[in-house]
Design a protein around this ligand. Structure first.
Ligand SMILES: [Zn+2]
Length: 292
């Protein structure tokens, strides 16, 4: 081989190596999705944002201005998952969900939401340990004229996230299998668990960009749906409603635990409706909090 050719090959090899290393590092850095995935939360946040009153938008923007990380409301809706890996926020992990007994029918606070024992100093923290209590509590922090702006910022970011979570049926599931986390499935041949399929798997399977998906879902919400979904703004009712959908989530999973196109097509409309409800209700909640 001609020596000139040999020299020309070297940079190409080097570039190939760099590309491979960068790709490997990106794979390592890919976030572990533990809750209603980033896209699900961003979609809920964006659907809500489009429905905020001028007064609520102004106040949400003002509160977010002091946030070092997030400029847009939809981005701030993923914060509660980002801090899960930080020990100082461990106390908030149980605020993402509620477990309800299998034949209970409805959420009951004294039975399903334990008193909270691990509140830190100086950060707003609910007195009970589940997503229903968290939504009610952070709504009240936002509403309270005596709350400081830093407290309101924490409350806003938690609220924007937890209203999404409570609409994922498996965030109001059963304790015995940790809301489907212990139910191993093969989803389109990928080893995962049922909880993850509902948090992020089905949304990813749509292969839509989150913003396009948000716009599509938002535009499909009718006035009748809006009216029906905002008839109650009590998070206990939302949890009960999600819980009642749980049997539907477990139905149609074969013994082989292989689910794919059939399951996806069958269940996606329910997931999409829950996401839409989450967005509409988050907006209604913030509009009521920031009513002028
Ligand atoms: Zn969550």
């Amino acid at each position: 081989m001609h020596p000139v050719n040999q020299r020309e090959r070297l940079p190409y090899q080097a570039i190939k190596t760099v590309v491979a290393v960068v790709a490997f590092v990106l794979v390592l850095r890919a976030p572990v999705v533990l809750a209603f995935g980033d896209d699900g939360h961003k979609i809920v946040g964006e659907i809500a944002w489009q429905r905020l009153s001028p007064a609520a938008r102004t106040e949400v923007k003002r509160i977010l201005e002091s946030d070092p990380e997030y400029e847009r409301f939809y981005e701030s809706c993923i914060w509660a998952d980002k801090i899960k890996s930080e020990g100082s926020w461990n106390w908030a992990r149980r605020l993402h969900y509620v477990n309800i007994a299998k034949d209970a029918g409805a959420y009951v606070e004294t039975r399903d939401c334990q008193e909270k024992q691990d509140c830190p100093d100086g950060i707003p923290c609910p007195s009970r340990n589940c997503v229903v209590a968290a939504i009610g509590y952070y709504r009240d922090v936002l509403k309270d004229p005596n709350s400081s702006d830093p407290d309101k910022l924490v409350a806003l970011k938690f609220l924007g996230h937890f209203v999404g979570d409570v609409h994922q049926p498996l965030h109001a599931g059963f304790a015995h299998d940790k809301g489907g986390n212990d139910v191993r499935v093969l989803f389109f041949n990928n080893k995962t668990n049922l909880h993850r399929v509902w948090d992020s798997g089905m949304i990813r399977q749509s292969r839509k960009r989150w913003f396009d998906y948000a716009r599509e879902l938002s535009q499909s919400i009718t006035a009748d749906q809006h009216r029906a979904w905002t008839a109650t703004l009590d998070p206990a009712d939302w949890a009960t409603e999600s819980h009642k959908l749980v049997p539907e989530v477990y139905a149609d999973i074969p013994r082989s635990a292989e689910i794919g196109e059939v399951y996806y097509r069958e269940k996606l409309p329910m997931l999409e409706e829950q996401i839409k409800k989450g967005g509409v209700r988050l907006a209604a909640l913030l509009n009521s909090v920031f009513a002028d």
